[in-house]
Write a protein that binds this ligand. Structure first.
Ligand SMILES: Cc1ncc(COP(=O)(O)O)c(C=O)c1O
Length: 422
């Protein structure tokens, strides 16, 4: 094998590996043109909102994820806020959240005036550790936002058992997990409520957007009301019942999502096929391990594929040195998509909660919070030494060509491990 690219050799991969994303064609163009021509650009323009593009998308997406109700909203952050409000979370409440996620999983909690409490993760899946979650429950805990990190489902059996026994609500943050299933049921339909993001990078997208799923008619009605300025369905249009914002999605977004949703099942199968092939190849290369797939994960729709680096098995090469070398070879690998444990962000380290300090210095809460003291040891270790990830757009090929290129590049770096140690 030739010299490492990081040492001036030829790159193992000389073309971009990621497929163009989002996949689109005349179906999306046609769908948008129809909305433009109709002159009805919001869902309220239909006598029956279920006939609107957004209404039809909600119905199709709920069915796709095995939920009874779907409320389409403006983005994934506000979807979490809306779900938390529907679950009755307010000032003075604590809500658990994993340390490794995108910051919005935690800021959405603070945005509804509750206190985010960070919980450590499982060292193999990077999802919330159910034991740590249970240990973090106090008399103030009302809910947990559990994130299917990368799209790999959390252990929902354990999480739901704990939630039921301890009386807390579970909000599944499914921003990475469109199409994923746990024991044959779509994620988002397992907890009290589930939330999704349709931002441009996500595996179902309309540029920006989000959704809330639930099977509970009361929670669905509350989420509907919180996304619709406090209206209640069936009541007069100019009658308002709650302090609530406007989180409604436009008909343009609904139309694009309907088109994109018709592609999701096949795209997920393509990604899964490639990921399974890659995992098989990685088993032959010590030191870069795929997640050992739990048979209860019956469908794995991933936004990025998490891998586990083991320095001791990779001839002692530190993870960051491996990462530099593999990136130089042309593989767009990263340390998990969202970087450091989120409590390390300046927001939490400087306790920047504004003049009043609410919600964490709120008289309704009344307990001291100091995020500078928060340490989740597994999340720290995973972030510093172990986490690797590959974006979903690498897995969209019809053949396994890209997977073979990635495996060859990793083999090449491994063959030169001694040069990287020094
Ligand atoms: C885990 C997670 N939750 C929530 C969000 C927020 O979604 P949005 O960007 O649509 O607000 C994201 C976005 O990347 C995310 O990754």
């Amino acid at each position: 094998m030739g010299k490492l690219a990081i040492h001036g050799g030829e790159k193992a991969i000389t073309r971009p590996l990621a497929r163009p994303w989002p996949e689109r064609d005349e179906r999306e163009e046609q769908a948008l043109a129809e909305v433009v021509r109709s002159g009805i650009w919001w869902r309220g323009g239909y006598a029956n909102a279920a006939d609107s593009q957004v209404g039809r998308f909600e119905d199709a997406f709920a069915r796709f994820h095995d939920a009874k109700y779907c409320i389409a909203v403006t983005n994934g952050t506000q979807a979490i806020e809306c779900a938390l409000k529907a679950a009755g979370i307010e000032a003075g409440d604590e809500v658990l959240v994993p340390a490794l996620t995108f910051v919005a999983s935690a800021t959405a909690i603070a945005l509804v005036n509750a206190v985010p409490v960070f919980v450590d993760v499982d060292a193999n899946t990077y999802n919330i550790d159910p034991d740590a979650m249970e240990a973090a429950i106090t008399e103030r805990t009302r809910a947990a936002v559990v994130v299917h990190n990368g799209g790999y489902p959390c252990d929902m059996d354990r999480i739901l058992e704990i939630a039921k026994r301890r009386g807390i609500a579970i909000i599944e943050d499914c921003a990475h997990a469109h199409a994923s299933q746990w024991k044959g049921v779509g994620v988002g339909a397992l907890g009290s409520l589930g939330t999704f993001s349709f931002q441009m990078g996500k595996t179902l997208t309309c540029g920006e957007g989000g959704a809330v799923l639930t099977n509970d008619p009361e929670l669905a009605e509350k989420a509907y009301s919180f996304h619709h300025i406090g209206r209640i369905s069936g009541r007069p249009f100019y009658e308002f019942h709650r302090v609530a914002s406007n989180l409604r999605m436009t008909e343009f977004q609904g139309a694009i999502l309907l088109s994109q949703l018709s592609r999701l099942e096949e795209q997920t199968a393509r990604r899964e096929r490639n990921a399974t092939y890659l995992a098989k190849g990685l088993k032959e290369i010590p030191g870069v391990d795929p997640i050992e797939r739990d048979p209860r994960v019956t469908r794995w729709g991933f936004y990025y594929l998490n891998l586990c680096y083991r320095q001791e098995e990779f001839d002692g090469v530190p993870r960051d040195r491996f990462l530099q070398a593999i990136q130089a070879e042309g593989v767009p690998m990263a340390v998990g998509a969202h970087g450091q444990p989120i409590y390390r962000n300046p927001l939490f380290q400087s306790m920047n909660f504004g003049r009043t300090g609410c919600p964490v210095r709120c008289p309704l809460y009344g307990k001291p919070v100091d995020y500078t003291k928060t340490v989740c040891p597994t999340a720290e270790r995973v972030h510093a030494t172990q986490a690797l990830s590959l974006p979903h757009a690498l897995f969209l090929g019809e053949t396994t060509e890209e997977m073979d290129l990635i495996l060859d590049a990793i083999r090449k770096v491994r063959a030169h491990a001694d040069e990287l140690r020094s």
